[in-house]
Write a protein that binds this ligand. Structure first.
Ligand SMILES: Cc1cc2nc3c(=O)[nH]c(=O)nc-3n(C[C@H](O)[C@H](O)[C@H](O)COP(=O)(O)OP(=O)(O)OC[C@H]3O[C@@H](n4cnc5c(N)ncnc54)[C@H](O)[C@@H]3O)c2cc1C
Length: 375
């Protein structure tokens, strides 16, 4: 086996994307294979991906190879407050082709695995190997991060997200729905699996005990609770998959790099999924690091890819974006977790007011769609 330039630890979408992105820069990698600790094989999640993530996946030849029903464009989004507040975004009004794309988590993993089969400079290894740089993409419970003595300050929300595939008796028409109903946040993301044009990805966050109790309900009782929560807005809803529960937390690693190592994706930062930004942040980390390492290889060939000054360049570039996305996700959660008036009345009035401010809405959409990293 040839000694690689970079050893990538992890088997998730960030690790696989990084191996592909570095291969395009002519940088060789050793990528670890699945361990016993890896995620369960069934993943009912759908990811909302922004334009920056789609551009990266397209450049890696993954996006256009996804099955047609594995990625659905979001044409409009309706957000409902807990006291009459309403906010609506539409791709057409924002002069965008889509507000986001809803992607099958398992199809994305399979697409990345397929692309890796043909990628040059990528070796698969059972265990981490020696390399000038260790790129740690092990997710939120990273062991290598802990071995480097990194602080991973985690604020548990005490809430969990219940995810499932849902089928409606009405077409989704590319519309995403989100209800902020203290203490719950419920999102229905338009999707084409298991039924084309009539499915949704459900992400329903609520106090942990409630999530476990809802996941244990009979399908009929669960569907009744879901239809109760959504009214007739998205049609009559029924379960289209298993229900899985993820505990939620916000976390940030400090430091994110050191001599010969760097953290990416959930190993570096974890955010509440209410804004659908966790993987988008991880893929933006990939774009940034691959660009900086590729540039160093071309222009500073004498420099080791594990040189901490190089890695700090990447961490500095990512810091503002990561902080602002975590701040917005957490701020929204805090704002909608307060049950009392006048906070409740004000947030709903604020939503309806914002709905009448096209310039501000346009700015918000641009921020949400961007990866904030030049590719
Ligand atoms: C309910 C829910 C909904 C979400 N929705 C969205 C969304 O709409 N949009 C969005 O952008 N994000 C979303 N996210 C966030 C997204 O899932 C994560 O940000 C993303 O999965 C992070 O990818 P990762 O590769 O960094 O980590 P992971 O996906 O956690 O992958 C890391 C993998 O590496 C494995 N591993 C660990 N150590 C080793 C080792 N030494 N060797 C080999 N393998 C190892 C782990 O077992 C794990 O499988 C959501 C999250 C949840 C919980």
């Amino acid at each position: 086996m040839n000694a690689p330039d970079v050893c990538i630890l992890g088997t998730g979408p960030v690790a696989a994307s990084l191996a592909l992105a570095l291969a395009r820069q002519g940088i060789s990698t050793a990528l670890t294979t699945t361990t016993a600790a890896a995620a369960p094989t069934e993943d009912v999640r759908t990811y909302a991906l922004n334009a920056g993530s789609v551009a990266l996946l397209r450049s890696l030849r993954v996006w256009d190879a996804l099955p047609v029903d594995a990625a659905t464009a979001v044409d409009a989004m309706r957000i409902h407050g807990d006291a009459g507040g309403e906010l609506e975004f539409s791709a057409w009004q924002q002069r965008e082709s889509a507000l986001a794309w809803i992607v099958d988590a398992q199809a994305l993993d399979a697409g990345l695995a397929q692309a890796l089969l043909y990628a040059p400079h990528v070796q698969r290894v059972a265990q981490p190997v020696e390399a000038p740089l260790q790129a740690i993409c092990e997710g939120k419970n990273s062991a290598a991060r802990a071995a480097h003595g990194v602080t991973f300050k985690r604020d548990a929300y005490g809430h969990s997200a219940l995810a499932a595939r849902i089928v409606s008796d009405a077409p989704h028409q590319g519309v995403a729905h989100q209800w902020f109903r203290n203490p719950e946040i419920l999102a229905l993301l338009p999707f084409d699996r298991p039924v084309s044009n009539a499915s949704f990805g459900l992400v329903w966050s609520m106090p942990h005990e409630d999530a476990l109790a809802r996941a244990a309900l009979s399908p009929e009782d669960f569907e009744a609770a879901l239809n109760d929560a959504c009214g007739s807005e998205a049609g009559r809803l029924r379960l289209g998959s298993e229900r899985l529960v993820w505990p939620l937390a916000a976390a940030r690693a400090e430091p994110c790099c050191g001599p010969g190592w760097v953290l990416l994706g959930d190993a570096a930062h974890q955010v509440h999924p209410l804004a659908g930004q966790g993987l988008n942040l991880g893929l933006a980390d990939v774009s940034s690091l691959a660009r900086i390492l590729g540039q160093a290889r071309r222009e500073e060939a004498w420099r080791s890819l594990g040189d901490e000054r190089l890695l700090r360049r990447h961490v500095r570039e990512r810091a503002w974006h990561v902080r602002s996305v975590s701040g917005v996700s957490d701020g929204l959660w805090q704002l909608f977790s307060r049950p009392e008036d006048p906070v409740r009345a004000l947030r709903n009035q604020g939503m309806s007011l914002l709905n009448k401010m096209p310039t501000l809405k346009r700015w918000l959409v641009t921020q949400a769609m961007a990866s904030d990293t030049p590719s």
